[in-house]
Design a protein around this ligand. Structure first.
Ligand code: BES
Ligand code: MN
Ligand code: ZN
Length: 505
């Protein structure tokens, strides 16, 4: 998708469709009740005039995601005017704007429109933030997961937006940086969604490693890929315990970003769960819904995408990503309940349930990150069904061992407009890790399952400040939404990129 900035008056711009935001600046009526007062957020009076009639008809309320399309709007050079509702003016922020841009793209591409212009609303959101949000939302909205539909490349049917122009007040030059940054982040998010969307026969650990290597050479990152021999040589017994059951070789992928002038005392480590298919292993999952377990590598995809964005945005902070990629399969070689594995750190683990495999591979990933000298760790993983029970499909679960690090992350998360909710890591939960035969079990009671998994990981992050993101409920959109298609979401990428940038000296 081409991206442009224009300083033309919105009414004078020739485009297939001009998009304007409508907010509800609700007023009190005589009985002090809220009464909707839709307002077109555009300084150009000709645009407001073109929409006056449809607004006064009461058809447009400004409700979030309400869309109204006018043809040949009077007084405008645009062929169409699309009004997109953004909800109550007092609640409007860059996060809402991002979604509106996605909704505009999804509305227009469904009508075979290929290009449009978005009039920057001027109300509270600073212009650079608004430009970024619109670009990010537009790219996210343009992603279509129907990869293997045979008519996908049919020119008449491939519904995609080819170009977006943002109409800004003043000198567009001052906003080019924001547009560029938004584009890098959004394309990296779609890159992560692309990896996640592939089925497991087309996204094996080997293919994931090749994709990471290709990306690394495109953007100038160092990438190493290690196989089974190195995993065993590093004594990654927990990772290998999972990988040993599969015919597909595992991959340990290390991506390094080491800019000149970075602070010596900060080295961020990003660890991703890359289970390219999770059958559950010997503790096999039920058939119903098992096809979804192709997205059990979404955490890995997110971290690979974050590294892409970082390599292009170039913040001065050292970052290493460690991706543990494997299938989780039942076979004659698979680990079995009751088996004991010795993790890289030396701790022993009694395998109670082979379906609790994510925490095993991450245990060694976290330990390896510490060995490589990382001073702060973040992992992202589709780790537990229990986090979906706790938070549904709306919020990602965050766990943090260090309040200062959490504050930084929460700040970045706020900027990125992704919903996350902190869950506890009290010492009392540690009881449930106890094993009769080993240092710990890999699975315990059904209750507090997401917390148990996080407590397990904490044993391997040890005293290194660490954040764990359980994205099991948020990495895959269960339904189409106005701003994003059903399928992989690329969740956590934007927060992580913002978080990394926050450490820049
Ligand atoms: N990959 C799953 C978690 C998951 C569930 C991801 C739903 C996405 C959607 C994970 O490996 C798993 O199987 N977890 C088990 C752990 C249990 C056996 C302790 C779970 O949550 O049921
Ligand atoms: Mn599992
Ligand atoms: Zn899994």
């Amino acid at each position: 998708m081409n991206t442009n900035l224009s300083s033309s008056a919105p009414s004078q711009l020739e485009t297939d469709c001009l998009v304007a935001v409508v907010l509800d600046r609700c007023e009190k009526d005589q009985s002090e009740k809220d009464k909707p007062a839709p307002s077109i957020e555009c300084a150009d009076s000709a645009v407001r005039e073109a929409a006056r009639e449809v607004i006064s008809s009461g058809e447009v309320t400004g409700k979030t995601f309400e869309t109204t399309l006018l043809h040949r709007p009077t007084g405008l050079q645009a062929k169409r005017l699309l009004l997109v509702g953004g909800g109550k003016a007092k609640n409007f922020s860059a996060a809402e704007l991002r979604k509106l841009a996605g909704a505009a793209v999804r509305t227009l591409k469904g009508k075979n429109i290929r290009s449009f212009a978005f009039a920057l609303p001027q109300n509270g959101v600073a212009a650079p933030d608004a430009v970024r949000a619109i670009i990010e939302g537009a790219f996210v909205g343009n992603f279509d997961p129907g990869y293997y539909k045979s008519d996908r490349n049919d020119k008449d049917k491939d519904q995609k937006i080819d170009a977006v122009t943002i109409v800004v007040p003043g000198d567009p030059k001052t906003l080019e940086g924001a547009m560029h940054a938004g584009r890098i982040v959004a394309e990296s998010q779609n890159f992560a969604r692309d990896l996640t969307n592939e089925p497991s026969n087309r996204m094996t650990p080997t293919i994931m490693a090749e994709r990471a290597q290709k990306m690394a050479s495109d953007v100038g990152l160092k990438c190493e890929v290690h196989g089974a021999d190195k995993i065993r040589q590093l004594k990654m017994g927990a990772f290998w315990g999972v990988a040993q059951g599969s015919e597909e070789p595992p991959a340990l992928i290390v991506l390094r970003y080491e800019p000149q002038g970075a602070a010596k005392n900060v080295h961020l480590g990003l660890v991703g769960k890359g289970v390219t298919f999770d059958t559950g292993g010997i503790s096999i999952k039920p058939a119903d819904g098992m096809e979804k377990m192709k997205y059990d590598m979404a955490g890995a995809a997110t971290m690979i995408g974050v590294m892409r964005a970082i390599a292009l945005l170039k913040p001065k902070v050292k970052v290493t990503a460690i991706i543990c990629a494997t299938e989780n399969m039942p076979s004659g070689k698979a680990q079995k309940p009751g088996d004991v594995q010795i993790a890289m750190s030396g701790k022993s683990i009694e395998i109670i349930n082979t379906d609790a495999e994510g925490r095993l591979i991450l245990a060694d990933g976290l330990c390896y990150a510490r060995q490589l000298g990382c001073t702060h760790l973040v992992d992202a993983a589709t780790l537990t069904g229990a986090v979906v029970v706790a938070l549904g499909y709306v919020n990602t679960g965050i766990f943090a061992s260090d309040d200062q690090m959490y504050d930084r992350f929460a700040n970045a998360n706020q900027q990125a407009g992704e919903k996350m909710w902190r869950l506890p890591l009290d010492d009392e939960y540690k009881e449930t890790l106890k094993s009769n035969i080993a240092d710990m079990v890999n699975a315990g009671s059904r209750y507090g399952g997401a917390i148990f998994a996080a407590m397990f990981l904490k044993e391997f992050a040890e005293d290194t400040p660490w954040i764990h993101l359980d994205i099991a409920g948020t990495a895959w959109m269960e339904e189409n939404k106005p701003w994003i298609a059903k399928g992989p979401s690329g969740i956590a990428l934007r927060s992580l990129v913002e978080f990394v940038k926050g450490w820049e000296q």
